[in-house]
Design a protein around this ligand. Sequence first.
Ligand SMILES: [Zn+2]
Length: 403
Amino acid sequence: MILTAAWVLPVSTAPIRKGFVQLAADRIVAVGSADALRDNDESVIDLGEAILVPGLVNPHTHLELTCYAGRIESGPFWSWLPHMIKLRRAPGQVEREQQGVLDGAWQSLRAGVTCVGDISRRNLNWQVLKMIPIRKVCFVELLTLADDPPRDPDELRAALAEVREDPLLTVGVTPHAPYSVPADQIRASILLADELQRPWCTHWAETREEREFLLGRDNILPAYVHDLLAQCDVESPRLAAIDYLEQCCEAARPGALAHFNYAEPGDAERLAAAGHVVMYCPRAHRYFGHPPHPYREMMQAGVTVAIGTDSAASNENLALLEELRFLRRHTPNPPSAETLLEMVTIHAARALGLHKQIGSLEAGKQADLVAFPCLPTTTDPMSALLDQAPTPTGVWVAGRQVL
Ligand SMILES: [Zn+2]
């Protein structure tokens, strides 16, 4: 099958005016200018005034929290968290959050997101996501101070073994954060990801208080967190966030770090040298009231930065293009449209360890594609895409049209 469109944006190469993408089963077999197409037996579907791009990749979200969208007012993370814990503990949690996973996954597909890096607190999300034609890395979360497993590396290993992978479903490992999981368990989780050859991610340097706690100011965290930490032997390592990170993932493959909202001079160079991907969530960042994110300095230092949404409970929705539109409209000196598009495609795919399979339109890659509408007068399709954040007119995952 051949799809033609007014514009094809392969990401790996320059935009193609009147371009085509040829698919065979679940893969892309050719990409180029429609003028070069010769008569052949292939069926051609002309998408007309459309911009065809690689399926967008949301590397950091918690789909199970979609059911709490709009329930907590914008404010600092440490006042959001107890509200979230209370909402989650209300009766009917599992059914409610499973519905959230379903809604969040379809909301993502409808926004042109064909792949998610989803974090599941109790390892239940994969069963729902397996039924949905979206590509996913199902990260199983280790949270030492939780009521439910996985709470230690043995429970984590058991949970990972339960997940039934398929061509669209990869399992991933995530120790929650440096203030909720002790050092030996963070290290064990990362080593487990290495052993299984699966991606890992974690939340790191999300708040100023977290950084100061790591440095040794034990009483900087709110009392409710402080008490929980004491119960499960999480102690301050008395190290800078970057030193602690290096200690936790020594000799392991690089991973993806959600947020890293607070960086000190020199952190960016060390993140780049280690090869970690930083996942910046712009609208969630604003929601929690953090100062400007250091992502441009990180990119200058050579760090791969991807854009994610975090959960719908600290965001307006899960539409990745709206994150880019927000950056262009509401932050000073945003990166070029070209770079922004990379941050939700190939960079985001790298965060999930899937950059060889998805994230650009290239022969041999998986046929995950999205068509967005444009005007006949569009001459700058990237800016049109980012400034209007339109709703897709077609979504394909592994060669199959799902919307
Ligand atoms: Zn998160």
